[in-house]
Design a protein around this ligand. Structure first.
Ligand code: NAD
Ligand code: TYD
Length: 353
């Protein structure tokens, strides 16, 4: 079996669902169920013996020791993290606790278990760490896209904590020989995306008749990767990646934020026209910028294509249409995640902008 951490969150849940749709190898899913973790994401697996869910913290060393000894996974895929830049600006503490201290404890627990394995299993074992392009810092409009050789120059508390975890993963290979792999991917989007992030927030606000908040001038650029493509990249790296290597994963879809927002508005105008006949674009509202806002991220994903033959299957046009359709068809999921805690966050982040 494999151990997946953070498998009740956005990418982790997509990964677990896709994994079990393709293979009968069981998944042990360890997730703390923070505000971002949601068992409803895993509802299709209810009663499925191949999925073992445990609510717990990657930083809980005794729990890890017990779980690893009991389930004996052949690999770990580490998604568990605090993941939202704006939240890291309002409160960095949890980011250091989970992304840095938690990753260190997970590495320690996994190392202790890995050392007990028979030699052949030890050689085949893998620890795959899921990271972000944000660790590389910000690009100017003319800079080449990030490659795996870029320096780590993180600018937000979130990206600094992820860069720290990337360094720890590297150190556990060099110091202890733990067979690690790291993926650094661009902005994901797709089903099950919590509506604190740009794309689901815009869809949800548009449908609710609320303002569509665009930070600053809206010309910040991100590369967008459909979440199912990210999941296929992780499966590929886990199966064939070279130990110790970093693989950048991207969608070859660099776009300014304002273009993303306008594309969503056009799709909604087509699929769910407003009752007054107006365009959702009239709800766009420019608001105060994010402090330290990185101007541009871009991923050069040619190494994973060259070495492992992986390429994204979706273009942005196909992926964003599927995403908007998913939100239109899953209004109950949206309503459930917009709990009291979500409303408090909206107040914290947007009231004074
Ligand atoms: P998410 O915030 O949706 O989910 C994170 C999950 O981790 C949640 O289920 C949460 O309950 C769990 N978790 C948090 N702290 C934990 C802890 N201490 N122990 C166990 N579980 C814990 O995040 P996501 O968007 O699914 O991102 C998953 C991973 O991918 C993260 O490591 C993130 O840094 C990375 N990543 C995300 C993106 C993106 O666009 N979303 C892009 C690049 C990299
Ligand atoms: P986000 O989805 O938070 O991802 P990240 O900060 O990790 O890239 O934001 C994507 C981009 O959208 C980023 O440049 C910030 C911007 N943004 C807005 O303009 N308005 C919003 O309400 C949010 C949440 C993000």
């Amino acid at each position: 079996m494999i151990l997946v951490t953070g498998g009740a969150g956005f990418i982790g849940a997509n990964f677990v669902l896709d994994w079990l749709a393709r293979s009968d190898e069981p998944v042990l899913n360890l997730d703390k169920l923070t505000y971002a973790g949601n068992l409803e994401n895993l509802a299709p697996l209810q009663g499925d013996a191949r999925h073992v869910f445990v609510q717990g913290d990657i930083g809980d060393a005794p729990l890890l020791e017990r779980l690893l000894a009991q389930h004996r996974p052949r690999a770990v895929v580490n998604f568990a993290a605090e993941s939202h830049v704006d939240r890291s600006i309002h409160g960095p503490e949890d980011f250091i606790q989970t992304n840095v201290v938690g990753t260190m404890r997970l590495l320690q627990g996994v190392r202790a278990y890995w050392q007990t394995l028979p030699e052949s299993e030890r050689a085949d074992f893998r620890f795959l760490h899921v990271s972000t392009d944000e660790v590389y810092g910000s690009l100017s409009p003319t800079d080449p896209a990030f490659t795996e050789n870029n320096k780590l120059e993180p600018n937000s508390p979130y990206s600094a904590s992820k860069a720290a975890s990337d360094h720890l993963v590297r150190a556990w290979l060099h110091t202890y020989g733990l067979p690690v792999l790291t993926t650094n991917c661009s902005n994901n989007y797709g089903p099950l995306h919590f509506p604190e992030k740009l794309i689901p927030l815009i869809i949800v606000n548009a449908l609710a008749g609320k303002p569509l908040p665009v930070y600053g001038d809206g010309l910040q650029v991100r590369d967008w990767l459909y979440v199912k493509d990210h999941c296929s990249a992780i499966r590929r790296v886990l199966a064939a990646g070279r130990v110790g290597e970093i693989y950048n994963v991207g969608g070859w879809n660099e776009k300014p934020n304002i273009e993303i927002v306008k594309t969503i508005c056009s799709l909604l105008d087509e699929l769910r026209p407003r009752s007054d006949g107006g365009s959702y674009q009239t709800q766009i509202t420019y608001v105060q910028d994010r402090p330290g806002h990185d101007r541009r991220y871009a991923i050069d994903a040619s190494k994973i294509e060259r070495e492992l033959g992986w390429k994204p299957a979706e273009t942005f046009a196909t992926g964003i249409r599927k995403t908007v359709q998913w939100y239109l068809e899953n209004q109950a999921w949206v309503t459930h995640v917009q709990s009291g805690a979500y409303r408090e966050w909206v107040q914290t982040n947007y009231a004074d902008r």
